[in-house]
Design a protein around this ligand. Structure first.
Ligand code: XMP
Length: 515
């Protein structure tokens, strides 16, 4: 890969650490998020132009609090500590951190007290987002207070000569409107990075990299219709042409029109070799009478691998499996390998297949965030409907029929209701204003009237959420008129449905999907 100027974010466990890396990359500077206790040699081998120390849940006074790695200070590179990261800097460099008397959480008005390359000439009173207990009440020698707020005597501090900075607030979150600019200034102006990290540069490098890895080998890629596998397949196809074969398995659990769209886009428009399998019957019979969601996921995963493997073997000798693994998956599995870490769900990949078939993985998106994948997809000319499609779970509609078994009739009812919701969202300009929207078929029947007839139909729940990262989500405030149109159409046009509900639960405590 061409060498891009790189910023390393050391992760001390904040919920928003990934956002720091995303914001820096939005400034077109390459940025990696690494655990705070990463091997110093490996970190320094990246030749970081600067370090960001993330926030985290610890207090510098706790006995097991993660410390500031010495090599970071010794590197002489510019530093930016955020929240806990700033407290670490203060603590390590001879300032004083006052233990929390009470937490400060939420919006605050900062007052810039001294000009610096980091904050000036921003507004004198930037709106910032605070979330901390401890605070810095004396800055270390060589540092000046750059900003304060009502509850934080040091909202920002800096040693302008050594290019070391700290902010008590979170510049990475949207609630700090000037935050993206602060991170850009740190990367570009303080660290001197040249902003070269663009979608076009990525595409060029990814293609060269795939060619190097694959040589004369042959690759299979599982297409799902989602943006990750579509961008992966397109990059590999541009790199090695016909030596790529895509496999698309219609599980029968997909949304309306999806199988046709995949064939149209990849086979007809992009001229990729595509094997499309309709395995609906196989999936339906494997799922017969299964109501438990984990069972459903397991069965679908197993069937999928079995079919994929069969089709891949049919192609003759294949050496590589291309997969749309993204950077957050890599970050999370690195975190999950560490002691005491929670296990994450790994429902995306064709798990186990590479070992069984002795395939090597090709993962061109492994350093990209989702928004970067979308930018690459647009650059590659993929249809907007694919690039901007809402996420869709691997087990598909099966997990949107909660508490009951999947049958063809139920799937068709759900598919029709879901299609109406998506059409009306599109028509009203709301599809792209929400992060995910879908229908759910509830196992509740209730009485209705249609003309002079009493009916006894199913209940559809509508779900639409806004979210930045899918870890938390708010229910979308869809206009009543829009909900009315959707509900009326569903009850009129989908036989067997007599009632429509709108889900007003946030995550947490609810999840986005029902199962
Ligand atoms: P939850 O329901 O956990 O969803 O709030 C968060 C995001 O993950 C998606 N999701 C899944 N994706 N297989 C997937 O590939 C699954 O089993 C699965 N369950 C949830 C969900 O659609 C949302 O985008």
């Amino acid at each position: 890969m061409t060498v891009h100027d790189t910023i390393v974010v050391l992760d001390f466990g904040s919920q928003t650490s990934q956002l720091i890396a995303r914001r820096v990359r939005e400034a077109q500077v390459y940025c990696l998020l690494l655990p705070w206790d990463s091997d110093p040699e490996q970190v320094l081998a990246l030749q970081p132009r600067g370090f960001v120390l993330s926030g985290g849940p610890a207090s510098v006074y706790e006995p097991d609090a993660p410390p500031l790695p010495q090599y970071v200070l010794d590197s002489g590179r510019p530093l930016l500590g955020i929240c806990y990261g700033m407290q670490l800097l203060a603590h390590a460099l001879g300032g004083h951190v006052a233990p929390a008397s009470r937490r400060e959480y939420g919006p605050a008005q900062a007052q810039v007290t001294q000009a610096s390359p980091l904050l000036a000439p921003l507004s004198d009173q930037p709106q910032v987002w605070m979330s901390h207990g401890d605070r810095v009440d004396r800055v270390p020698p060589g540092f000046a207070v750059l900003a304060r707020s009502d509850n934080s005597p040091t909202a920002a501090m800096g040693d302008l000569e050594r290019h070391r900075y700290g902010v008590q607030f979170h510049p990475e979150v949207a609630h700090t409107p000037a935050g993206a600019e602060i991170l850009r200034r740190f990367a570009v102006e303080v660290c001197g990075c040249t902003p070269t990290w663009t979608a076009a540069a990525f595409v060029e490098e990814a293609i060269a990299c795939i060619r190097r890895q694959v040589g004369e080998g042959r690759v299979v890629c599982g297409l799902s219709g989602g943006v990750d596998s579509s961008v992966t397949a397109t990059l590999v196809h541009q790199a090695i042409g016909e030596r790529l074969t895509c496999i698309f398995v219609n599980t029968g659990m997909l949304r309306q029109g999806e199988p046709e769209q995949v064939a149209r886009t990849f086979r007809d428009q992009l001229n990729m070799p595509l094997v499309a399998i309709d395995a609906t019957e196989t999936f339906l019979s494997a799922l017969e009478r299964v109501a438990d969601p984990e069972q459903k996921r397991k069965i679908i995963g197993e069937q999928f691998i079995r079919i994929f493997e069969r089709e891949a073997r049919r192609l003759g000798k294949v050496d590589y499996l291309a997969q749309g693994t993204l950077y957050p998956d890599i970050i999370e599995s690195a975190a999950a390998d560490r002691p005491g870490a929670r296990r994450i769900k790994s429902h995306h990949n064709v798990g186990g297949l590479p070992e069984r078939m002795e395939l090597e993985l090709v993962e061109p998106l492994r350093y990209l965030f989702k928004d970067e994948v979308r930018a690459v997809g647009e650059l590659l000319g993929l249809p907007r409907a694919i690039v901007w499609r809402h996420p869709f779970p691997g087990p598909g509609l099966a997990v949107r029929i909660p508490d009951s078994a999947v049958t063809w009739e139920r799937l068709e009812m759900l598919r029709a209701a879901d299609a109406i919701l998506l059409q009306e969202l599109e028509a009203a300009g709301w599809y792209h204003r929400v992060a995910q929207a879908f229908a759910v078929l509830l196992p509740v029947r209730s009485v209705g009237v249609m003309g002079d007839q009493r009916t006894h139909g199913y209940t559809i729940a509508l779900r639409a959420v806004t979210t930045d990262d899918f870890m938390t989500a708010s229910w979308a405030r869809l206009p009543y008129d829009l909900l009315d149109r959707v509900a009326t159409r569903i009850t009129n046009e989908v036989p067997g449905v007599s009632r429509v509900l709108y889900d007003c639960s946030n995550k947490p405590p609810a999840t986005i999907e029902f199962e």
